[in-house]
Design a binder for this molecule. Structure first.
Ligand code: SF4
Length: 339
């Protein structure tokens, strides 16, 4: 069992590769390493296509893993036995973006929750009905809705049902993938408040994948910023938002408040050609868009993540012995990013 200061999830050098059209290799997740403590919330941000959803699914073994290690509560699930995968199913859950697709359209909400309870053996058969009512109340759904099918519910009600289904397994870890992105703004706020309340009450560890930085800031203890399959910066939320160190993180953080603090990430925060994971540039994959690019960035692979201030950052700007940089953007961060 994991102690309070021991990682619940330990991800080390995780790789997820796909073969795309014309046999090209896509490194959707490209050497990702991080830990997650019990009860901790990690926000995972980055533009569409950066690999964050693929990473989330791989962590729960809902998608393939090409290499590296994922240890959940002490057991390696990346190369794990059927028993360790089964345990992962019993102790983790995923909340999806589209609540209608995530629920079986033929099952009522009550039946969907009862099925999880019975399959996972969470309560004796005679107590299933009472537990379904308790779960629905926990997520702010009237138990009167237990007989409805997903199509008869609003988007917000459906997402609450999706959260209830995730909670039914009494998980230690939930991965929520853009779970409010499809909802109206007022409903988004209700669901976020519900998640804040539930994670505090149930001491859930949460990986919260989102493109909405305002939501991530409210919900997360730490934030990881992904770019083309790699985590380029990770740290406590206040440090990443307060003093972003990686040029990509800076661009994201500067672009948002000028527009609307609760708006999503711009799809192209730095201008220039959107990156293609099919054709990664040599050196640092961010170099064609980076305002701080140096010759070393086009020649050498991006360095491993290393401590910079209170965060960990993968960027040549922080090489100890750099000789060819053209200016120190560490002391003088650029003021203007054109969105
Ligand atoms: Fe920019 Fe170079 Fe850092 Fe990449 S390694 S983000 S190109 S400064």
């Amino acid at each position: 069992m994991t102690g309070a200061n021991e990682a619940l999830l330990r991800v080390d050098g995780l790789e997820v590769h796909f073969t795309a059209g014309r046999g090209k290799l896509v490194r959707a997740v490209n050497g990702v390493t991080f830990d997650l403590l019990p009860g901790e919330t990690l926000g995972l941000v980055g533009e569409s296509g950066c690999g964050k959803s693929t990473l989330g699914r791989a962590l729960l073994r809902l998608g393939p893993i090409t290499g590296g290690h994922v240890r959940f509560d002490g057991s390696d699930v990346a190369s794990g036995t059927a028993a360790s995968i089964e345990r992962l199913r019993r102790e983790t859950a995923m909340i999806f973006q589209d609540p209608y697709n995530a629920l079986n359209p033929r099952h009522t909400i009550g039946a969907a929750l009862a099925e999880v309870l019975l399959v996972q053996g969470k309560v004796p058969k005679g107590e299933v009905k009472a537990r379904v009512v308790a779960l629905m109340e926990m997520v702010g759904l009237s138990p009167d809705l237990a007989d409805r099918r997903p199509a008869a519910l609003s988007g917000g009600q459906c997402q609450r049902a999706g959260i209830a289904r995730a909670l039914a397994v009494e998980p230690k870890l939930i991965v929520a993938d853009e779970c409010v992105a499809a909802l109206d703004v007022s409903i988004q706020a209700q669901i976020i408040n519900l998640m804040i309340e539930l994670k505090a009450r149930m001491k859930l560890a949460l990986i919260f994948i989102a493109h909405d930085l305002g939501v991530v800031r409210r919900l997360s203890d730490r934030v990881a910023v992904m770019y083309l399959g790699r985590i380029v910066e990770i740290g406590r939320t206040e440090d990443v938002f307060g003093q972003p160190r990686h040029p990509y993180t800076r661009a994201l953080m500067r672009a948002i408040p000028e527009i609307d603090p609760d708006r999503g990430l711009p799809q192209d925060p730095l201008g220039g050609e959107p990156p293609s994971p099919l054709d990664l540039p040599a050196g640092c994959a961010f170099h064609p868009r980076c305002p701080d690019v140096m010759p070393v960035c086009t020649r050498n692979p991006v360095p491993a993540s290393r401590p910079v201030g209170a965060c960990a950052v993968a960027c040549h700007l922080y090489d100890d012995q750099r000789t060819d940089h053209h200016h120190s953007s560490l002391q003088q961060p650029r003021e203007t990013i054109h969105v």
